[in-house]
Design a protein around this ligand. Structure first.
Ligand code: MOS
Length: 753
């Protein structure tokens, strides 16, 4: 394998760029809309049997007994597994090689830690037989009193271990300032508020599904995941087998939003049972099961205090946040982390985060974790401060614009001023009346609001492989993912650009742990990490092709020196000969020539801070009789570095903004605080945004390459669209009605009370 860590001179975003930066339709679009695409549950496996999970119906205690006799006698049933009769599973990993959703090892002990935990698994010849048999299992519990309320959790709150770069308490005070409280008292105008976001669920359209197929001691697992590589390592650990005996396949993901970043407990249960029975097993989670087995956004409370001089310059910022967590894992959603990234310049700043362990299922990253709830709090608070100061909200943000980052490093590239300017212009911000309740049309109050969007840019190491093939196509292979984001298309575009070969002749493959390793497809890091690896692999493959051309005896270039042969736009040339790579391969009797490369960050993070920024402006209409809120238009301007494919990137931001409307107005999971059950665990009672809730959304990009970040200059579009939007809507609702809603979602009851 040709290892190349070089990221030098590999910038295809030069003026001659023909493909990168131009809108390209999805290569997989036709297959998707015609139903040809295979999601995890769609793979047809000879002799597959079906599994159905049995979940706990108490939140805390132990299972005394499980009567499985009727289930075992039920037609078609092959096995009923329980904590009393199971196969051995081992601890999941707690390392950077994987993301573990839950630390409880399923079916190994009778303890119940939350309502909806896996306590049994029925395998039968058909799905219906498995499901019906599961209903015949009788469970006797010893029930303990669960801790389920915020108030009860408060007494157990603690600062979690430092997770990655998130500090629990981060403080910076000007010289001579004794405390953040003292600093807050120094400003002329102070604004303080408590902002909350509820339990929410990802609800991807595709349910989590796994099919486990063993051949001897080798496992092939078709699973819904955002990280085949992490999944492979972790499932092997839980099964107690070497990593190389597991292959995880997931070429398409039908939505994830963070819920498929993790290895959850259903996967080892399905894989373990399939090994035990020596039969392939498929199990699909029901919508209700997805509310407890695959994560949720925790409930988060932020206390934000801002203090400013009367000219609007910030004197102090304090943001303390808390989020619910589970005893089955330790997930920390530090809403205040977004504030610590120093969106605003202030001489005094302090943030902290604690978690409240409850007897509920595991929480997880969801749709811009930290920043989505964090910007709701901070950007609502900024709006409140602007009103108190009687300064325009955009002006207040410009007054406190941060030119350096939290660690005093310059931003690699920051064009947030432009985002504010262009967004305000497109939206028509100057026509807005500052005072609330000034504009009405018939029964509808109309208001406008804005907020800042932000997302940290990370770029883990990635590998990729490029293969010239005899049929004139080029395969580009990376173990990354297609989450609906357009990854197939941009892989092909980047390879096409670098090789000078048409996109239509590039064959991207991804979603298979056997392919060159890539980081998890989350945290908006795929394009920024995988893209440069493709560039490096293309360069390595060109070098390999030339080497092949001069050393292969049948080749017309045989015996030449490397410097006498060139590659350009698919052709190998010397003074006397010219061959397109397909012909060269055919003449020499070869199918392909390939090379792999790895690309990763250098020491640039010691010199720069990497962040994406943006601004979202929106208009809402609030009905004065029913208090229903409708978002009527959105203008969003995003600075995400170079945009590889404007068409799919725009779609991604629009999708995220739509989810932001859901967060602002609709989405909330209700917890029964007596028994620990999520009560609206279905798509009828959990309200998601539909087309009818979706207004005209205009998205623009600054599109300035961030070449310090990586040679493509692209930072990624995955999460930033989800940040700021809830605050922009809440601020617009205030502008329309004069009601400040600090606890999401903004439902009519809150506006009427
Ligand atoms: Mo994202 S919530 O890191 O998939």
């Amino acid at each position: 394998m040709n290892q190349s860590n070089s990221t030098e001179g590999a910038a295809p975003n030069n003026p001659s760029s023909e493909i990168i930066g131009k809108a390209h339709s999805r290569l997989d679009g036709h297959a998707k809309v015609t139903g040809k695409v295979r999601y995890s549950g769609d793979h047809l496996i000879e002799g597959v049997t079906f599994g159905y999970l049995i979940l706990s119906t108490i939140a805390k205690g132990q299972i005394r007994s499980m009567d499985v006799s009727a289930a075992e006698r039920s037609p078609g049933v092959l096995a009923v597994f329980s904590p009393f009769k199971s196969f051995k599973l081992y601890s999941p990993l707690r390392s950077d090689d994987s993301v573990t959703g839950e630390f409880v090892i399923p079916l190994q002990e009778p303890d119940v830690r939350y309502y909806g935990q896996i306590i049994g698994f029925v395998v039968a010849k058909t799905f219906e037989q498995a499901r019906d048999a599961a209903r015949l299992v009788k469970v006797r519990y010893h029930t303990e009193t669960p801790t389920l309320t915020w108030e009860a959790g408060m007494s157990l709150a603690y600062f979690p271990g430092i997770l990655g770069r998130k500090p629990n308490v981060w403080s910076r005070l000007a010289n001579g300032v004794p405390s953040i409280e003292a600093a807050l008292d120094r400003g002329a105008i102070k604004s303080e508020g408590v902002y909350t976001t509820p339990f929410e669920h990802h609800n991807p359209m595709e349910p989590h599904t796994a099919i486990a197929v063993w051949e001897g001691d080798r496992l092939t697992l078709y699973d819904s995941t955002q990280w085949v590589g992490g999944h492979q390592t972790n499932i092997a650990a839980m099964l107690g087998i070497p990593t190389h005996r597991v292959q995880v396949i997931c070429p398409f993901v039908g939505g994830a939003f963070g819920s498929k970043a993790y290895l959850w407990t259903y996967s080892p249960v399905i894989a373990g049972a399939a090994r035990e029975l020596n039969r392939p097993i498929k199990a699909v989670l029901t919508r209700e099961q997805m509310f407890t087995l695959v994560g949720h956004r925790p409930r988060i409370v932020s206390n934000v205090a801002l203090s400013a001089n009367s000219d609007g310059t910030l004197v102090a910022i304090r943001h303390d946040s808390m989020s619910t967590s589970s005893l089955a894992s330790e997930y920390s959603e530090a809403a205040s982390f977004a504030t610590s990234r120093l969106l605003y310049r202030s001489p005094n700043i302090q943030v902290s985060h604690q978690i409240l362990p409850l007897d509920i299922p595991s929480a997880a990253t969801m749709r811009a974790p930290d920043e989505a709830p964090g910007t709701f709090a901070l950007e609502s608070a900024m709006d409140e401060l602007a009103l108190k100061l009687a300064i325009d909200p955009v002006q207040l943000r410009l007054l406190n614009y941060a030119d350096v980052s939290w660690n005093n490093l310059p931003w690699s590239s920051k064009n947030l001023r432009e985002c504010y300017r262009i967004g305000a212009e497109r939206f028509g911000w100057s026509n807005r009346s500052a005072g609330p309740g000034k504009t009405r049309e018939g029964d509808w109050w109309i208001g406008s609001g804005m907020a800042t969007a932000l997302n940290e840019a990370t770029r883990p190491e990635s590998s990729a492989r490029i293969r010239f093939q005899v049929d004139g196509t080029v395969a580009v292979s990376v173990a990354t993912h297609e989450l609906g984001t357009g990854m197939y298309t941009i892989l092909a575009m980047i390879a096409a650009e670098r090789l000078g070969w048409p996109v239509e002749k590039i064959r991207p493959e991804l979603g298979d742990s056997a392919l060159p390793a890539a980081p998890g497809a989350f945290a908006a890091q795929s394009t920024g990490s995988v893209g440069p690896a493709v560039v490096s692999a293309a360069d390595a493959a060109i070098e390999r092709l030339i080497q092949f051309a001069i050393t292969e005896p049948q080749s017309p270039f045989a015996g030449l020196k490397p410097e006498e042969v060139t590659y350009s736009a698919g052709f190998v040339r010397s003074k006397g000969a010219e061959r397109v790579f397909g012909s060269l391969l055919e003449e020499t009797g070869r199918f392909s020539v390939e090379a792999s490369a790895t690309a990763g960050p250098g020491d640039e993070s010691a010199k720069y801070a990497f962040h994406s920024f943006g601004a979202t402006f929106c208009e809402v209409r609030v009905n004065q009789l029913t208090a229903e809120t409708r978002v009527s238009r959105i203008n969003s301007v995003m600075d995400i570095g170079k945009v590889i494919n404007p068409k799919t990137a725009k779609s991604q931001i629009i999708g995220a903004l739509i989810m932001g409307i859901g967060m602002a107005l609709l989405e909330e999971t209700h917890l029964d605080e007596k028994i620990g059950r999520f009560t609206n665990a279905n798509m009828a009672d959990y309200h998601m945004v539909t087309h009818a809730d979706t207004p005209h959304i205009a998205v623009e990009f600054i599109d300035k390459p961030d070449l310090t970040f990586n040679p493509l200059g692209a930072r990624g579009a995955g999460e930033i669209g989800n940040t700021g939007v809830a605050a922009a809507i809440a601020n617009a609702v205030y502008n329309a009605t004069g009601k400040r809603i600090r606890n999401l979602p903004i439902t009519p009851d809150k506006l009427l009370s």
